[in-house]
Design a protein around this ligand. Structure first.
Ligand SMILES: [Zn+2]
Length: 397
């Protein structure tokens, strides 16, 4: 029994399946776990259908209708959505070791800490990431002390030290996957463009992306976009006010779509203050600007703010008409494409690590909150139901 499991888990799944086919039925308990009867939505392969998902050795072993055979554990996902584990590319989960297990409860099986730490404190963030139950990565803040709020870490440009940031990346290559620059007026003021140039300079020798936090900017957004390369990320994309994505008349600046066309990613970035309002979401989505990725900007307080949990944030765009499968794509395969560390995630492909989010899409009346105490009422809400991490069932609180 153990031997067979190891074969399935460590070899190519197809070879394992062929081997299993020759094993007498009496011995056949080839899978560790089967999730039965769920609506499997795996945008990485364009799948949205009733399927069973079998797991062996911590990896996806089969995704088929009515999988025959036994498993040590069965989950009945009738009435639920079975999706790849969710990936949240803008969190502050690296600030404490208690954070990452909390995210697992929300279906989040991969996260990026976006700039909590700079050169002076990234090593602590990286240690949390290495000890996390799920895959965790970090962006190093171009400002050496990381996020400072209130006050803002880029009002003193001496803190944005390229050599120190590069040293921080070099000694944490396993965890640091990019550079973060918070450019909003309250963080950077008139230093915004120079800070972004330094972030790019720090990232360049490592070929890493830069994530910029925008909103109420000192300089026009198009000046930022001009400094972004393919693969860079704009978070808080729907931030209202000065120098955002919309002009005075509510028209999307043409440079925004032009940036997307050349491969810049646009990320939602919920959090609590100043990062989005319903009016901007409505105007931008009507003009075709939808998020590439969702993120919560998570902290341990998020449970009690308008974030609540990652599926709640996804539900906000579903309310504006994003199809559920597209919302899951943004939260899984799209996020995995932003950072190569997640190459093997965000998918239920056979052979991939069995990180799975089981979600419930409930119909009803649900109130959602923006960052300005604005509420909108939606008719559907995704809830986290169960999470599997490397094939292991994580019991929900
Ligand atoms: Zn943040």
């Amino acid at each position: 029994m153990m031997n067979r499991r190891r074969l399935v888990g460590t070899g190519a799944a197809a070879a394992g399946a062929a081997l299993l086919a020759r094993i007498p039925r009496a011995f056949a308990a080839p899978y560790d776990l089967i999730i039965r009867n769920g609506r499997v939505i795996d945008p990485s392969v364009g799948l949205d259908a009733m399927r069973d998902v079998a797991i062996a050795g911590g990896r996806i072993a089969a995704v088929e209708a009515n999988i025959a055979g036994d498993a040590a554990e069965t989950i009945d996902a009738r009435g639920k959505i079975v999706a790849p584990g969710l990936i949240d590319i803008h969190t502050h989960a690296g600030r404490s070791k208690e954070g990452p297990p909390m995210l697992v409860q929300d279906g989040v099986t991969g996260w990026v800490d976006a700039g909590s730490g700079g050169a002076d404190n990234i090593d602590q963030i990286a240690a949390v990431a290495r000890g996390a139950p799920q895959i965790g990565r970090a962006l190093v803040n171009i400002s050496r002390g990381g996020v400072v709020s209130p006050g803002g870490e880029l009002h003193d440009l001496n803190l944005a030290n390229v050599a120190l940031a590069q040293g921080a990346i070099a000694r944490n290559r396993d965890v640091v996957v990019g550079v973060k620059a918070r450019l909003s007026n309250n963080v950077a003021g008139a230093n915004d463009l120079e800070a972004l140039r330094r972030a790019q300079e720090a990232a360049a020798p490592f070929n890493l992306p830069v994530m910029i936090h925008v909103g109420q900017n000192y300089s026009p957004l198009r000046a930022y976009l001009a400094l972004l390369k393919r693969g860079d990320i704009v978070t808080h994309m729907y931030a209202p006010g000065m120098n955002g994505i919309l002009d005075d008349k509510g028209i999307l600046h043409p440079e925004v779509m032009a940036a997307r066309r050349r491969g810049v990613f646009f990320d939602f970035g919920n959090d609590v203050n100043d990062h989005f309002d319903w009016d901007t979401v409505e105007k931008a989505t009507k003009q075709g600007l939808w998020p590439d990725t969702f993120s919560t900007d998570w902290s341990p307080q998020s449970k009690t703010t308008g974030v609540v949990d990652f599926p709640n944030v996804m539900s906000k765009l579903i309310m504006f008409g994003m199809p559920v499968a597209q919302a899951i794509a943004c939260a899984t395969v799209n996020a995995a494409r932003v950072f190569p560390s997640f190459d093997d995630r965000g998918t239920l492909n056979v052979g991939a690590p069995a990180d799975v989010a089981i979600l419930e899409l409930r119909d009803g009346t649900f109130e959602f909150l923006d960052n300005y105490k604005g509420t909108r009422t939606g008719k559907q809400r995704l809830f986290p139901a169960e999470t599997l991490l490397a094939g292991k069932h994580v019991k929900h609180a």
